[in-house]
Design a protein around this ligand. Structure first.
Ligand SMILES: [Mn+2]
Length: 370
């Protein structure tokens, strides 16, 4: 049985032609024996970690000597990716960048996402390569860029590099790439879950990845404190149905009180986002030193990257963040006021006069996603 115009899986798996030039250019910088530092953004997520581990395996097999050097500690949730052969030198800080031949930064569109490594990376004279799927910032980490916002995850682009280079996808590579795709699509649920994303995931399953084991490792290995933190966050839930917004807040110190780290906050903001009719969900986390981290999530057409940029942050159209100076209630009031203006009155509210939504443009300040 066939349907005219139906896609076939081979077409879905094929590397998009628009990426091949950038991939070949990146590959042209790689040479046997090179010492390569791999880095990703502060509070690395499953895509950053998965992309780094996949590249570690691939580059090692290709005769290079990769090491991972991140601005913040390796998240314990992704310890399972660090099998034998992965060199993780984050604890050495910028010293681990002093004797390299090449830097390869993943899942970052702006150098400032490298946190404490930023200034050192700016000053590096070795080639700096970037593989990313964010909206590009105004200061990319390096000049040699493979960037495509249509990629569901940076891991998709790593897959493309491997296929284009003719590198074998080992079990370790497949596990790491599956983690990248799984986490960046929220378990294959977000709008970036493209047909190609599923096709690549299918390819990785065919290589022997066990989806239930991956689910258990990524989503069912939660420390008890994480659930207690969620309970506390949900106690603060507020909803503005006229603007189709919902938000939760975390006071200074609660994350630490439960023995958790920033990485454990992943997914909290999905709860306000899951309320029927919500177009914009926010998480406010008081960091306790005069700064509040704001996470923005959208369902539908609210471009939270543009909203976050009003506060010096950025990210994707549907997921973004910003670090805002001030106390929790002050920042919350300020951000909510801007958010209400930005989304306008939700059209689903029968009380609304439905003014033109969101179109207004505020000057975009330099983007630094926290
Ligand atoms: Mn990503």
């Amino acid at each position: 049985m066939s349907t005219a115009g139906a896609p076939n899986t081979r077409d879905l798996i094929a590397v998009p032609p628009a990426r091949i030039g950038a991939i070949r250019s990146l590959l042209g910088h790689l040479g046997s024996g090179q010492r390569v530092a791999l880095s990703t953004h502060i509070n690395a997520d499953g895509d950053g970690c998965g992309s780094e581990v996949a590249l570690s395996h691939l580059l090692t097999a290709a005769g290079l000597a990769p090491r991972i050097v991140n601005p913040t500690p390796w998240p314990s949730a992704f310890d399972f990716l660090l099998d034998a052969g992965i060199v993780e030198k984050t604890e050495h800080g910028v010293r681990a960048l002093s004797d390299i031949d090449l830097l390869l930064v993943v899942d970052i569109g702006d150098v400032r996402r490298l946190g404490i490594l930023t200034d050192t990376v700016r000053g590096l004279s070795v080639p700096k390569l970037v593989i990313d799927h964010h909206v590009p910032g105004d200061e990319p980490p390096g000049p040699f860029i493979l960037s495509d916002t249509s990629a569901c995850a940076t891991g998709e682009l790593i897959f493309d590099v491997a296929i284009t280079a003719g590198w074998a996808i080992s079990r370790g590579v497949a596990t790491a790439l599956y983690t990248a795709l799984l986490t960046d699509t929220g378990g294959f649920r977000f709008s970036n879950t493209s047909p190609r994303c599923h096709a690549i995931a299918g390819y990785l399953l065919a290589l022997g990845i066990d989806p239930e084991e991956m689910y258990r490792r990524v989503y069912a290995s939660m420390p008890l404190g994480r659930l207690r933190l969620l309970r506390d966050a949900l106690e603060t839930l507020e909803v503005d149905s006229a603007h189709a917004m919902a938000w939760v807040s975390l006071a200074a110190g609660v994350v630490e009180q439960y023995g958790l780290r920033s990485e454990d906050l992943d997914g909290i903001v999905e709860h306000p986002r899951s309320i029927a009719g919500t177009r914009l969900a926010l998480l406010f986390r008081d960091l306790g030193h005069g700064k509040v981290k704001v996470s923005f999530r959208s369902t539908g057409d609210v471009d939270v990257n543009r909203l976050a940029r009003q506060f010096g942050g950025g990210g994707h159209a549907k997921a973004a963040g910003a670090m805002v100076a001030g106390g929790l209630s002050q920042v919350r009031d300020q951000v909510l006021a801007a958010a209400r203006q930005f989304v306008g009155v939700a059209p689903i509210d029968e009380h609304s006069r439905s003014p033109a939504r969101s179109g207004q443009s505020h000057g975009a300040p330099p983007s630094v996603g926290p």
